[in-house]
Design a protein around this ligand. Structure first.
Ligand SMILES: Nc1ncnc2c1ncn2[C@@H]1O[C@H](COP(=O)(O)OP(=O)(O)OP(=O)(O)O)[C@@H](O)[C@H]1O
Ligand SMILES: [Mg+2]
Length: 362
């Protein structure tokens, strides 16, 4: 799956640009503040309806405009095309269309054009809170298990209900027991989807890690969010008193984590910044591989400032990995030379970004 044409209007300093990206590698270079990350944000916006940088859409829309628009033509596979159009205004209203028909939900939009982003905040996957690792995991499950979004939403609702009862409910045991049973069922489903995904991912991850000598041998294990030798329903019942004091459910899939270790030591306590960055690439590219194996579709990657923190050898390894995935990717960097030395015979497109305008370089 790849974008053949994209038009961006009103995203940060980009007033109005059009480009025809290459089906594989696209390099975008330009000085600080020229609009490189804004272009990646625009591509992401098309897939997710929101930014990967800011929660507040008003900061994404060009200061002198009241809305932003991104439109793209996408080849799903040879001879199957679609167009996606997206408009967001300063009040937050989102309007998205596929081939002219309205897209009703953000999960429908996200499923159309799967995209992965790696930027400076991606370090959180290794050294941030468990939330970031759950997000990584759920991206993968969501895109390979069509039923997961609905199970996840029901799980969130059951959790909310139980938390509400813990906070405001009377001591009525029956009502709490009803929600304990519902949460137990959904928690079990979320956990089994995630465990299946992790076991699916492990082969692809082994292959991915073997490309990078410095980080090879990493172990990734799912920690499901409660003591593994207990039934979840018993955990819910046993923790009722303490959960009432806390006002929320303290165990379960919503507290799950991934333990990422090398020789038994958490990598966040051991790895350098460059090694963490390599690991983020290895993990996310392994996810892309699994996605392709399961759906037959390669997701796209937007990779902000790939050259930073990586030495020449590792930069080359990452770029070769991306080329081998046969996916479309957009890479930004300040200096054109950071990419040129790695490209050799490879076919790609190079773009120069300058003050919100973009020019293809031959
Ligand atoms: N809402 C907005 N309206 C107009 N301009 C904005 C808005 N938000 C940010 N900008 C400006 O857009 C420009 C482009 O920002 P962007 O982050 O895309 O640059 P960049 O090329 O990625 O730079 P760097 O190399 O430093 O990462 C910056 O000058 C920024 O101040
Ligand atoms: Mg940037």
């Amino acid at each position: 799956m790849h974008i053949t044409q994209i038009d961006v209007m009103g995203v940060r300093n980009i007033a109005n640009i059009s480009l025809s990206p290459f089906k594989s590698a696209n390099f975008i270079y330009g000085v600080n503040g020229s609009g490189k990350t804004s272009l990646l944000e625009s591509i992401y916006l098309l897939s997710r309806g929101k930014s990967f940088r800011s929660r507040d859409i008003r900061t994404v829309i060009n200061e002198s405009l009241s809305e932003c628009i991104v439109h793209a033509r996408i080849d799903i596979r040879p001879e199957t095309q679609m167009s996606i159009g997206l408009r967001r205004n300063v009040s937050g209203v989102l309007e998205a269309k596929k081939n002219g028909d309205r897209i009703k939900t953000s999960s429908e939009l996200a499923s159309l054009f799967p995209i992965q982003v790696i930027d400076s905040s991606s370090f959180n996957l290794i050294d941030g809170s468990p939330f970031h690792r759950r997000k990584f995991l759920d991206w993968g499950v969501f895109h390979v298990e069509p039923a997961y979004a609905s199970v996840w939403n029901k799980h969130q609702k059951a959790l909310k209900q139980r938390n509400h009862l813990l906070r405001y409910g009377t001591a009525n045991k029956d009502e709490l027991n009803v929600w304990n049973a519902e949460l137990d069922k959904l928690n079990g489903l979320v956990t089994s989807y995630r465990e299946r995904y992790i076991s699916n991912l492990s082969d692809s991850l082994r292959e991915s890690l073997s490309r990078y000598e410095q980080i090879n041998g990493i172990q990734v294990q799912y920690e499901k969010g409660w003591s593994s030798d207990k039934n979840f329903i018993d955990v819910l019942q046993d923790s009722e008193v303490s959960d009432r004091k806390l006002g929320h459910t303290s165990h379960g899939a919503h507290k799950a984590d991934l333990s990422i270790t090398l020789d038994g030591v958490k990598v966040r306590d051991k790895f350098s910044r460059g090694q963490i960055k390599l690991l983020v690439y290895a993990l996310q590219l392994a996810q892309g591989e699994i996605h392709k194996q399961n759906t037959g579709i390669a997701c796209a990657y937007v990779l902000d400032d790939l050259p930073s923190e990586l030495d020449e050898v590792n930069r080359e390894l990452v770029l070769n990995h991306l080329f081998d995935l046969n996916c479309q990717f957009f890479v930004t960097g300040v200096d054109k030379l950071d990419f040129m030395s790695h490209l050799k015979e490879k076919t790609c497109k190079m773009f120069h970004m300058e003050q919100g305008f973009i020019k293809e370089i031959n």
